[in-house]
Ligand binder design. Sequence first.
Ligand code: HEM
Length: 457
Amino acid sequence: MFLKKVPVVKGVFFFGHALEFGRDPLNFLLKLQHENERIVQLRIVYLNVNLLLNAEDIKYVLQEHSKAFIKGRAYRVLGQILGNGMLTSHGEFWHRQRKLAQPAFYKQRLALLVDIMNDETMTMIKRWETTIEQQNGSDILAMTKEMMATTLLIVTKSLFGVSIDTNQIAHISNDIDTLNEILSVQMRTPVRFPMWIPTKVNQQFKASSNRLNAVIQEIISTRRNAIKINPEAQFDDLLQMLITAKDEDTNEQMTDKQLRDEIVTLFIAGHETTAMAMSWAMYLLSQHPEIVQKMRSESQEILGENLPNFENIRQLTYTSQVVSEVLRLYPPAWAISRQVMENQNIGEYLIPAKEQVFFSPYLLHRNKAYWTNPEEFNPDNFLPEQIKQRPSYAYLPFGGGPRLCIGNNFALMEMQIMLALLVKYFDFEKIEEVFPDPQITLKPKGNMPIKVSRLKK
Ligand code: HEM
C-alpha cells in the first residue's frame, strides 16, 4: 500500500502548537476536531504528535495493534511518581504484574467491597448532615475535597486494608494536586530543567513526592510488621496478594521498589480519577433536579430503607446511565497517548518511528459523528438501544484493549453506590459556572462549590 503523510496543521515558528495547546488545550483540540475528520499532526516544539479523531483508528491502536503502540513520553513523565507500576510499565513485566493484580478485581472480590463503599459514603453523608444542620438546612460544600477524602478512604481500605488518618487526608490531596499540576506542565512542554536543579517547582515536587512516598512506605511496613508478628494472620486484600506473590519461573517475590511502584499507582489511580468524576457528577446533578428526582425514585424503589448490596446495585439501571453520562461529558482520563518504536501505518497514513499518537476521550465523547447534541447532559445516551447504535470505541472513559483500566468495575460500582445514597438525603444547587482544568486528569477549576440541602420529607 502507498502510505500518505499525516496532514500537518501549520504551527508557529519554533514552538509549533505548544503555546496554543498550553493556553487552552480543550478548546484548541475541539477546534481541530471540528475542522478535521480522521487524523492530523501537531508539533509541540520538536515533538510530532498525531491526533486521532476516529473511533476505528483508536480501536486499531489500543486493541488490534496494541503491541506496536506502547506507552511513551507522557508515561515516562508520570513515571517520576508512579515508577514502573502497572500504568507506566510495558511488555512482559507489565503483563506479569497485571496478571498478579487482576484477581483482586474479579466480581466475587468486588462483592466484598460493597460494605466499605456503603460505610464511607454514609460517614460522608453524616458529616454533611451535621454541617448542614448547623447552617439551618443547607450549606455550600467544596465537592472536590469531600470526594477526594471519601474515595481515598474507600480505596485504601478496600485494597490495602488500612484507614488513613483524617488529619492526613487534606495533606495527601494537596500533594497529589501539586504533583498533578507540575507533571501536566511537563507533559505540555518538552523542554524543562532537570530535577537536580533546585528550582522552586523542583523543590515543591520533591517535597510532595517525599511525603507521598512516606505514606506508601507506612502502608507497606505496617503490613510487613503485622505478618512478622502473626504469620498465620489472614489478610484478604490486594496488598497481601502483591506482597506474597511469587514469580512462576524464578519463585522470587517483588522487590520493595516494585511493590512501592504498584501500591503508589493503585493509590493514586484508584481514587483521584473517581473523586474528579464524582465532583463533576455533583455539578451536573446540581443543574438537573429532574434527573435527581428520577434517580431518587429508583433508589427508593430498589433499595427502600436499605443500603445497596451487590445484587441490587445491578438493578439501579438509571443511576448507572447517569454515571456513564457523567464520564462521557467529563472523562477524568481526558488524554491518552502511545508511541511507535518502528514505522507503523494507521489506514493509509504513515506514523514514522518514535512519533506519538494521541487521542482524547473528551473529544471523542463530543464528536457529532457519534453523539446527537453532545453538549447536553442526557443519561438516555446510555439506553441499551442507543449503545447498540454506536461504535464501541466512541466511548472510552476507561481506555481499551489489554491496557483497559483494571479498576473500571470498582469505580463504576463505587460511583453508583455513592450517587444512589446521596440523592436519598440531599438536594443540590449550582453556585457558579465551573470550567474544566485539563491537567493529568480533568479537574474542575477551583474546588467545585455546590449548595447541598437536606431533603424535605
Ligand atoms: C472513574 C474512575 C477511573 C477512570 C476514569 C480511569 C481511567 C483509566 C484509563 C483511561 C486507563 C488507561 C490508560 C491508558 O491506556 O493509557 C486506566 C488505567 C488504569 N487504572 Fe483506571 N480509572 C479509574 C479508576 C481506577 C480505579 C478505581 C483503579 C484501582 C483501584 C484504577 C487503576 C488503574 C490502573 C492500575 C491502570 C493501569 C492498567 C494497565 O495498564 O494494565 N483506575 N484508568
